[in-house]
Design a protein around this ligand. Structure first.
Ligand code: IPM
Ligand code: MG
Length: 353
C-alpha cells in the first residue's frame, strides 16, 4: 500500500519521539512491502519560531493531502508567557478543528510487567483495559474567551449533533469490546452535561439498546478510575474531562509516556499523537519514552490505513520489549537501569522482525 503521512515533530521531546515513530513505520513498510512517504512540517513553538504561526499554512495543506498525521508534542517555557497572544497549543487545537477529528481514542492498558512502575497497588491493576473516548473539537476548549484586568470567561458549548456522533463512536467501540459503556459528565452542575446526559440516553436507547451503559459524575469517575479501574470498558466524555481523566489513567499504565491516541473524524484520515506533552525538562537528552508515539503509529496503521496485522505486530513488539525488561527512565522504577529513547526504539524494531 502507498500512503502519505505528515509528520509534525513539534517541540521539546516531540522531535525525538516522532522520529522513533517514523523509524518503526519505515521498518513496517520494508517488512510488508508498503510505500510510506513522509512529509515533515512545523507545528507549535517550532511554527511560531519559523513563521510566527503555530499551525502554518503549509502544515495545514500537507495534513489535508495526507492519509494520516503523526504528531510529537508542542509547547515549552520559551512560548509560555501568559500574556502571549500566540501559543504553541493553538497549533494542535487549530489542527484538530480544521481536520474535524472529533473522536479522540485513548486506550489505557496495564502490562503486568509494568505494575512496578505504577504508583497504584498492583492488585488494582490486574486486567485493566480501558478505552477512553474523548470528545475533541467542542466544549470549553473551543468556546469564546474573554479577559480583562480582573475577570475572565471561557464559554462551554455543546450541540446535540456533537454529542450524538461521539456517543455513536464510543458505543460502537463498546460493542466490539466487552459491551460496557460509561458516560462521564457533571450533570448535577453543568447545563452542557445535562444536554450530554439527555442525548446519550436517547441515542443509546434508540441505536444501542443492548449495551450495558451508565452515567457517572466526573468526580466519582476520577475516584473509581483508581479504586476499581478494571471495571471500566469504554469511557466516553467531553473534551476537558477527557483531558484530565486520561492523564490520571496513565498512572495505571505506569507512565504518561506509554499512552497513545488516535483522533478521528468522518473520514479515515486521522491525527495520531502520544498523550504526553513536550517535557522540556528532559528534551534532547534521550530520556523520553517513545512507546506512546510508537503505539500511536500502530493506531495510525489500524485506523487510517486499515493495516490491522501490522498494527498488532507493533503492539506485540512493544509488549515483548517491555517483557524483556527494556526500560526508559520513566518506567525504570528503583532499578536505576534504563536505556535511551533510541535504544528503546531499536529494541522494538528488532522485535518486529
Ligand atoms: C492533550 C494535551 C492538549 C490538550 C494540549 C497540549 C492542548 O494536553 O492532548 O491531552 O489539552 O488537549
Ligand atoms: Mg492532556
Amino acid at each position: 500500500m502507498d500512503a502519505l503521512i505528515t509528520v509534525l515533530p513539534g517541540d521539546g521531546i516531540g522531535p525525538e519521539v516522532a522520529s522513533a515513530g517514523v523509524s518503526v513505520l519505515e521498518q513496517i513498510a520494508q517488512l510488508y512491502g508498503h510505500k510510506f512517504e513522509f512529509s515533515e512540517q512545523l507545528i507549535g513553538g517550532a511554527g511560531i519560531d519559523a513563521e510566527n504561526d503555530p499551525c502554518p499554512a503549509n502544515t495545514r495543506a500537507s495534513c489535508k493531502e495526507s492519509d494520516a498525521i503523526l504528531l510529537g508534542a508542542v509547547g515549552g517555557p520559551k512560548w509560555s508567557d501568559p500574556n502571549a497572544s500566540i501559543r504553541p497549543e493553538q497549533g494542535i487545537l487549530a489542527l484538530r478543528a480544521e481536520l474535524q477529528v472529533f473522536a479522540n481514542l485513548r486506550p489505557v492498558n496495564t502490562m503486568d510487567e509494568l505494575a512496578e512502575a505504577s504508583p497504584i497497588k498492583t492488585d488494582r491493576l490486574k486486567g485493566v483495559d480501558i478505552m477512553v473516548v474523548r470528545e475533541l473539537t467542542g466544549g470549553i476548549y473551543f468556546g469564546e474567551k474573554t479577559r480583562d484586568q480582573d475577570s475572565a470567561t471561557d464559554l462551554c458549548t455543546y450541540h446535540r449533533y456533537e454529542v450524538e456522533r461521539i456517543i455513536r463512536v464510543a458505543a460502537t467501540l463498546a460493542q466490539q469490546r466487552r459491551g460496557i459503556l460509561c458516560s462521564v459528565d457533571k450533570a448535577n452542575v453543568l447545563e452542557t452535561s445535562r444536554l450530554w446526559r439527555d442525548v446519550t440516553t436517547t441515542t443509546l436507547a434508540a441505536e444501542f439498546p443492548d449495551l450495558d451503559s451508565e452515567h457517572m459524575l466526573v468526580d466519582a469517575a476520577a475516584m473509581h478510575l483508581i479504586n476499581r479501574p478494571s471495571s471500566f470498558d469504554v469511557i466516553v466524555t467531553e473534551n476537558m474531562f477527557g483531558d484530565i481523566l486520561t492523564d490520571e489513567a496513565s498512572m495505571l499504565a505506569g507512565s504518561l509516556g506509554m499512552l497513545p491516541s488516535a483522533s478521528l473524524g468522518e473520514s479515515t484520515r486521522g491525527l495520531y499523537e502520544p498523550i504526553h506533552g513536550s517535557a522540556p525538562d528532559i528534551a534532547g537528552k534521550g530520556l523520553a519514552n517513545p512507546c506512546g508515539t510508537i503505539a500511536s503509529a500502530a493506531m495510525l496503521l489500524r485506523h487510517s490505513l486499515n493495516l490491522d496485522e501490522e498494527a498488532a505486530k507493533i503492539e506485540a513488539a512493544i509488549h515483548a520489549t517491555i517483557a524483556a525488561g527494556v526500560r526508559t527512565a520513566d518506567i525504570a522504577g528503583d532499578s536505576g537501569h534504563y536505556v535511551t529513547t533510541e535504544e528503546m526504539t531499536q529494541a522494538i524494531i528488532q522485535r518486529l522482525q
